[in-house]
Design a protein around this ligand. Structure first.
Ligand SMILES: [Cu+2]
Length: 306
C-alpha cells in the first residue's frame, strides 16, 4: 500500500492504539484491576458495569476538597467533553434516577479541546467537594462523561462513605438525575464530533462549572435539553432497545440542537431560551455561540439590543 494509505491508517488507528479511554483513579473505583472501565458504556452495562465488589470505600467529609484524578496513561480523551459527579444511595442501582448530581463540569472534562483532540493526557487538576445535602453513610460515587469528539458515554463508579452530611434523604432527593447521553438513540446528538454537550439547566446540579473557553472553541455546542429525550430516566421506559422495526409511538429521536425553526432568513439569528448562547442558522442547523454574563440576547434583534 502506498505511503499515503499507511499514513491515513496510522492516523485513524492512532487514538485507539496509543491510549485507552479515561478511567477514574481517585476516588478508587470498584474493581480497579478487574473492571474494564476503559471501554465505552453500552446500554446493557448501565449502570457501573454492574460491578460492586469489596473495594474499600473512600471516606469523604462534606466540604473537604477531594481529588478527581484519572489514569495518566489513558490518553484517548476525545477532546474532553462534559462530566457529571453523582451519588447513589442505592448500593444496587438500576436506573439513572438512583444517581443524584451534585457537580457538573461543562466543557474541558476530562481534557481540553485541543488541536489533536483524540490523544491528550487527561487533566490532573480537578477537584470537587461533597455538599451537605448528601446523606451520611455508604454510597456509590459515579463519574459520567459524554465525550466531545465521539458519540460515546463513559461511567466509573466508586464506593464512598460520607460524613458531615445530611441525616436524611430529603434534600438529596431534590437533586437532579444524571444525564445519560450517547448511550441510546433517544439522546444521541446528531453530530460526529466537535461538540461540547451542555447539560440541561435543570440537570446541572447545584454547582456547575461552565468552561467558557472550551465551549467557545467548538464548532457546535449541542444542547442536551431536548424535551423528554435526554432528561428521561435511563433505561428509558417504553423504548425498545433495538432500532429494528420502526413505528414507535411518542418519543422521536430529536436530532441536533434545533430548539427553534432554522430554515428561513429571519430565523438566521436566535437566542437560546434558557442558556447564554445565541445561534446562527446554517444549512438548517443551528450553530450555538456562547456569550458572556452581562449581555442580553433578544430574538429577532440580536445581542445587547434593548
Ligand atoms: Cu473512543
Amino acid at each position: 500500500m502506498s505511503l499515503q494509505v499507511v499514513l491515513r491508517l496510522t492516523t485513524f488507528l492512532l487514538p485507539f492504539l496509543v491510549g485507552a479511554h479515561v478511567r477514574l483513579l481517585q476516588p478508587k473505583p470498584y474493581g480497579p484491576n478487574t473492571v474494564n472501565w476503559h471501554d465505552p458504556m453500552t446500554p446493557e452495562m448501565f449502570p457501573c458495569k454492574h460491578t460492586y465488589d469489596g473495594t474499600d470505600p473512600t471516606a469523604m467529609k462534606t466540604g473537604d476538597t477531594q481529588p478527581l484524578t484519572f489514569h495518566s496513561d489513558d490518553t484517548a480523551t476525545h477532546g474532553g467533553g462534559s462530566c457529571q459527579l453523582s451519588i447513589s444511595k442505592n448500593m444496587s442501582p438500576n436506573s439513572s434516577v438512583d444517581f443524584r448530581v451534585f457537580k457538573s463540569f461543562i466543557g474541558e472534562c476530562p481534557a481540553s479541546f485541543t488541536a489533536e483532540p483524540h490523544v491528550v493526557t487527561p487533566r490532573d487538576d480537578m477537584t470537587f467537594k461533597i455538599p451537605k445535602s448528601i446523606p451520611n453513610g455508604d454510597a456509590i460515587f459515579a463519574w459520567t462523561w459524554t465525550s466531545c469528539k465521539t458519540n460515546e458515554f463513559f461511567m466509573s463508579c466508586a464506593p464512598v462513605t460520607i460524613s458531615g452530611g445530611a441525616e436524611d434523604t430529603t434534600e438529596f432527593n431534590t437533586l437532579p438525575n444524571i444525564i445519560v447521553a450517547n448511550l441510546d438513540e433517544i439522546c444521541r446528538p446528531n453530530t460526529t464530533g466537535n461538540y461540547t454537550p451542555v447539560y440541561p439547566t435543570q440537570n446541572q446540579g447545584p454547582d456547575p462549572t461552565l468552561n467558557h473557553t472550551d465551549i467557545a472553541q467548538q464548532f457546535n455546542v449541542v444542547m442536551l435539553d431536548m424535551p423528554a429525550a435526554c432528561t428521561s430516566a435511563f433505561p428509558r421506559s417504553g423504548s425498545s432497545n433495538s432500532s429494528g422495526s420502526s413505528g414507535s409511538s411518542g418519543a422521536t429521536p430529536t436530532p441536533t440542537p434545533s430548539t427553534s425553526p432554522c430554515s428561513s432568513p429571519q430565523d438566521g439569528f436566535m437566542c437560546h431560551p434558557t442558556l447564554h448562547f445565541y445561534g446562527t442558522c446554517q444549512n438548517s442547523n443551528v450553530t450555538w455561540i456562547l456569550y458572556g454574563d452581562g449581555h442580553s440576547c433578544t430574538n429577532g434583534k440580536g445581542l445587547d439590543v434593548p
